[in-house]
Ligand binder design. Structure first.
Ligand SMILES: *Cc1c(COP(=O)(O)O)cnc(C)c1O
Length: 340
């Protein structure tokens, strides 16, 4: 048995694409597969999303874009991050990668999307320059589509006003949250990431938006032992048994992407939800068992009813961060792709 195994179900990705396309009512879906598709595998997810009806892929770095280009000679690929060197610019031109531009200089010989800052206060131009002939799209990014739709609508209005006279260009501002719940954000295309993977952009139950998590992360009980009252498990003695307590050790830790602040969250051992107790180590964590369980009992860390959103609440973070940080090191984590 492997220490842990990540399974990505491309069937779920396909169904999430269909759900998003329905929500978009005719606008294009651009699949955001940056950060190795939020830990799901950019190549597999990219191919699947396009096959299921997505129109383009979005990444953040030129190396990410080039890797996809090798696999997908004719796909539209947009690099949303800054292009740091002239060498990368030449590579992008050569590989027909489209670029998001936030600076005053518009490069030549490459299709670009001018990015406007309408309230995110991050990348983006404060005023739209006259589009050159390289410009194929106008874009912006929403700061609060998940938490404050009123502010998102202000951004959408600003974007609409600033870009209205260029309606022949592709206009895009929506992310997953806006695509699902703010119809005015659709314009010509939406750049969706997290929802593609069946995760809720709102940190809620993903099923509420018809989404299906694509990733399952499993391990097993590598050690089972009983702690006597007063005995502890793990660094810092953060869990001390008050009564005889069965503990299972799962060979997954923060170096695998199971964060140290996930103490207290629940994973599934066999069929039962069990609490993570004590300090999460680099290579393992402990669960409190209701009774003795055999070594080798399967443990579901994520998926099959164990929601990334629930872990995120415990760790004070978002589902995005949890999945994108699962280790892709094949010496630690085995990856399996299925199409269910
Ligand atoms: C990551 C990203 C997205 C996708 O956001 P989700 O919330 O995952 O849908 C869209 N646009 C830009 C510019 C991004 O950086």
């Amino acid at each position: 048995m492997h220490r842990s195994e990540v399974t990505v179900d491309l069937g779920a990705v396909r169904r999430n694409v269909a759900t998003l396309l329905r929500a978009l009512g005719g606008a294009e879906l651009w699949a955001v597969v940056k950060a190795d598709a939020y830990g799901h595998g950019a190549r597999d997810v990219g191919v699947t999303a396009l096959d299921a009806g997505a129109h383009a892929l979005c990444v953040v770095t030129i190396p990410e874009a080039l890797e996809l280009r090798d696999e997908l000679p004719s796909a539209r690929i947009l690099c949303m991050g800054p292009v740091p060197t002239s060498r990368e610019l030449a590579e992008a031109r050569e590989a027909r990668i489209e670029l998001a531009i936030s600076g005053d200089e518009i490069p030549e010989g490459v299709a670009v999307h001018l990015k406007l800052d309408t309230g995110m206060g991050r990348y983006g131009l404060s005023e739209l320059p006259q589009p050159t002939r390289e410009v194929v799209g106008l874009m912006s990014h929403l700061a609060t589509a998940d938490t404050d739709p009123a502010f998102a609508r202000e951004q959408i209005d600003r974007f609409d006003e600033a870009t209205r006279e260029h309606a022949h260009l592709t206009r895009h501002i929506a992310n997953s949250a806006a695509a699902l719940r703010i119809p005015e954000a659709r314009f010509d295309a939406a750049r969706c990431g997290v929802a593609l993977y069946g995760l809720s952009p709102f940190g809620e139950d993903a099923a509420a938006d018809g989404l299906e998590p694509a990733l399952t992360w499993r391990s097993y009980l590598a050690q089972v032992r009983q702690l006597q009252p007063g005995a502890s498990t793990g660094y810092g003695r953060r869990f001390v048994a008050e009564r005889p307590t069965w503990i299972g050790l799962v060979p997954v830790g923060y170096a695998d992407g199971f964060r140290r602040d996930l103490t207290g969250t629940q994973v599934r051992v066999g069929g039962e939800l069990c609490r993570v107790v004590g300090t999460v180590s680099m290579d393992s964590f402990a669960v409190e068992l209701p009774a003795e369980r055999p070594i080798g009992t399967p443990v579901t860390i994520l998926g099959q009813g164990v929601a990334a959103e629930a872990h995120a609440r415990v760790a004070g973070t978002i589902n995005y961060e949890l999945v994108s940080r699962i280790s892709s090191d094949p010496r630690r984590t085995r990856r399996v792709v299925v199409d269910g």
